[in-house]
Design a protein. Structure first.
Length: 97
C-alpha cells in the first residue's frame, strides 16, 4: 500500500515508485527460518525445503541475487518508463499458488 500511496504523491513530480519483493534469498536468516518451521512441523530441513519448492509453480522458492538485481535494473531502465506504483514479486509464482 505504501508503494501505491507514494506513487500517487510523487508521480506528478515525475518520480516513479515501485517495490521489489523477493522470495527467499539464501542467507543465514533464511536457513534459521527453515530450521524453525521444519522443527515446528516435525520434518527435516531438507524435507521442508522440498515441500516448499513443490508448492512453487516454477519449482524453486530461493533465488539468486542476479535474478533480483536484473529485475531492479529493468525497473530503473528506460525500458520501463510507465511502470509506476507496482509491486514486483520475485517468488517463482508462490504468491499465486
Amino acid at each position: 500500500m505504501l508503494t501505491k500511496i507514494m506513487a500517487v504523491e510523487l508521480g506528478p513530480k515525475k518520480i516513479r515508485v515501485n517495490s521489489v519483493n523477493p522470495g527467499g534469498i539464501p542467507t543465514d536468516m533464511l536457513q534459521t527460518f527453515y530450521e524453525g518451521i521444519a522443527e515446528t512441523e516435525g520434518v527435516s530441513v531438507d524435507e521442508f525445503r522440498k515441500n516448499l519448492n513443490s508448492r512453487v509453480p516454477l519449482g524453486n522458492y530461493e533465488m539468486k541475487m542476479d535474478e533480483i538485481v536484473n529485475s531492479i535494473l529493468f525497473l530503473l531502465s528506460p525500458m520501463s518508463p510507465l511502470i509506476h506504483g507496482e509491486s514486483l514479486f520475485i517468488d517463482g509464482g508462490l504468491r499465486h499458488a
